[in-house]
Design a protein around this ligand. Structure first.
Ligand code: URA
Length: 297
């Protein structure tokens, strides 16, 4: 009680959110002690933080049209309760559709617009009832690198763009740490409408929405696709597997390389996993032929 009174409202809210997160993971007993990291973990986290901090000082978006508004500092996404726990239902995952014919680079923007028009003011699943805005995608129609997340949160629902909240800020910094700009990438989600309370999308919702995502993927045809978190990995790869077994390697996917890593919202909650996420992004960089900053590798 004394602790609760000493905390300001935002900190208390963040703490409650974190406790909820742990409870969802099945952790119910807590005691206080400083977090201990191995020397390697601490070094890796420092390296990652330095890189994202250095990258964050560079302008990721040009000012003006298309620029991503800075997220409100107090907003914490409250889904993604745990990477392994993301898929609760045992119901089916629809098989991937066949790969569509390649679209010439100069026609990709128009092809994406046509998909958006097909989607219309979608009411195909129950998620439409609670949304403000359909969050179609953001970025370049000819991107070499694509990211797929789970679904819009409150900020995304309000702005109509994916990854513009706190998790989006971390994603922007991760992209910058790879030596790229956000607008050079293509960013989308498994579902295009915000699930109520930021819950994980139900299989029927993901399966109803994902055919549009597969069409977007086939149009953009990036060289590398990064699945952010267990929900993205599950519905892209069409199989429910623990994230630990999917990370750290390249999956052949629709003629491109797919890499699975932790969701940025999960990294905000458990920064010690940044080391692993950075290792995954380095695999993506290698696939793209990008060099690690300051090295000849
Ligand atoms: N989390 C997601 O998975 N997608 C978003 O667009 C934002 C947060």
């Amino acid at each position: 009680m004394r602790l609760a009174r000493a905390l300001d409202a935002a900190t208390r809210e963040a703490l409650v959110e974190r406790m909820r997160f742990y409870r969802e993971l099945g952790l119910t007993e807590f005691y206080r002690r400083p977090v201990e990291m191995s020397g390697d973990e601490a070094r890796a986290e420092r390296e990652f933080d330095e890189r994202v901090a250095a990258a964050a000082n560079e302008p990721v978006m040009a000012a003006g049209e298309g620029a991503i508004a800075a997220p409100p500092p107090s907003v914490v996404q409250s889904n993604f309760f745990g990477e392994e726990a993301a898929i609760r239902s045992k119901k089916g995952i629809v098989a991937q559709p066949e790969i569509s014919a390649a679209v010439p680079a100069e026609e990709r923007a128009a092809a994406l617009k046509a998909i958006r028009e097909d989607l219309g003011d979608c009411t195909r699943c129950a998620l439409h009832k609670g949304r403000h805005t359909i969050v179609f995608a953001d970025g370049s129609a000819t991107a070499r690198l694509m990211f797929v997340g789970e679904g819009p949160g409150a900020d995304e629902d309000a702005q109509g763009l994916p990854f513009v909240g706190r998790a989006g800020q971390l994603l922007n910094n991760m992209i910058a740490a790879m030596g790229l700009k956000r607008e050079e990438c293509y960013i989308a989600n498994i579902v295009k409408c915000r699930p109520p309370g930021n819950r994980t999308p139900e299989p029927v919702e993901a399966n109803t929405c994902s055919p549009f995502l597969f069409r977007q993927i086939d149009v953009v045809r990036p060289q590398v696709l990064v699945a952010l978190g267990a929900t993205a990995a599950t519905y892209l790869l069409g199989a429910r597997q623990p994230l630990a077994g999917l990370r750290g390697r390249v999956h052949a996917f629709r003629g491109m390389s797919l890499i699975v890593t932790y969701h940025p919202a999960f990294l905000l909650r458990d920064p010690r996993q940044k080391k692993e996420a950075w290792a995954d992004l380095q695999i993506a960089m290698k696939e793209l032929g990008l060099k690690k900053a300051g090295t000849r590798e």
